[in-house]
Design a protein around this ligand. Structure first.
Ligand code: 5GP
Length: 213
């Protein structure tokens, strides 16, 4: 069986990543979500082990020391990190694994896993992003300014991603991401194993799984 794809999704606060991820999970049955560890407080409605593993700062630092995390970063004074072992287990089982991280984490993953697919979700416009953030109504003005400033920096960094998708509507952006995943599966390097197995007698024996020109 082919290993699954590692899909990294980032985007500014307020862009609607959570809703898009929920829709993707509904529409792609072999997609699994990598549950991150964080030291931030649990929000109403969140479930430990589902949205995040909520851990103490001491436990998080122990995870760093034990090299249990594929990446980690500090964001708005809290630690966030991606546990590596469960992610690899899902990939080995052939699942595509979706990791939602901020930009620093995404770039760390790119260094350690060059095959990862980096997708950045942007809002249709910056004014719309600000409108969505203000619509949440749960953020003081100084925090709002900080988030907008962070979002500007994140937009600058988006050039380093493989793809930028625009969250105009949830369905449209989900279609775009699924199209990217379909194209990725059809990449010759990913399909050679299939070709070998399906056409056992048609290919010359020395055709390797990763050989493409
Ligand atoms: P929130 O606290 O709103 O759930 O997430 C804050 C930010 O942390 C978001 O940009 C989210 O993408 C990012 N984040 C969530 N999990 C991880 C992780 O495991 N590693 C990193 N680097 N960022 C994460």
């Amino acid at each position: 069986m082919n290993k699954g794809h590692l899909i990294i999704i980032s985007g500014p606060s307020g862009v609607g990543k959570g809703t898009v991820i929920k829709r993707l999970m509904q529409r792609h049955e072999r997609l699994r979500f990598s549950v991150s560890a964080t030291t931030r407080q649990m929000r109403p409605g969140e479930v430990d082990g589902v949205n995040y593993y909520f851990v103490t700062k001491e436990r998080f630092e122990q995870m760093i020391a034990n090299d249990e995390l594929l990446e980690h970063a500090c964001y708005v004074q809290n630690y966030y990190g991606t546990p590596e072992a469960p992610l690899d287990a899902m990939l080995e089982q052939g699942y595509d694994v979706l990791v939602e991280v901020e930009v620093q984490g995404a770039l760390q993953i790119r260094k350690r896993r060059p095959e990862a697919l980096l997708i950045f979700i942007a809002a249709p416009s910056f004014a719309e992003l600000e409108r969505r953030l203000r619509g949440r109504g749960d953020t003081a003005e100084d925090k709002m300014q900080k988030r907008l400033q962070t979002a500007r920096w994140e937009y600058d960094m988006a050039a380093q991603y493989d793809y930028i998708v625009i969250n105009d509507t949830v369905d449209a952006v989900t279609d775009e991401i699924l199209a990217i995943l379909t194209a990725e599966s059809c990449r010759a390097s990913n399909r050679m194993q299939f070709l070998k197995e399906a056409n056992e007698h048609a290919l010359s024996p020395d055709v390797g799984a990763a050989e493409t020109h």
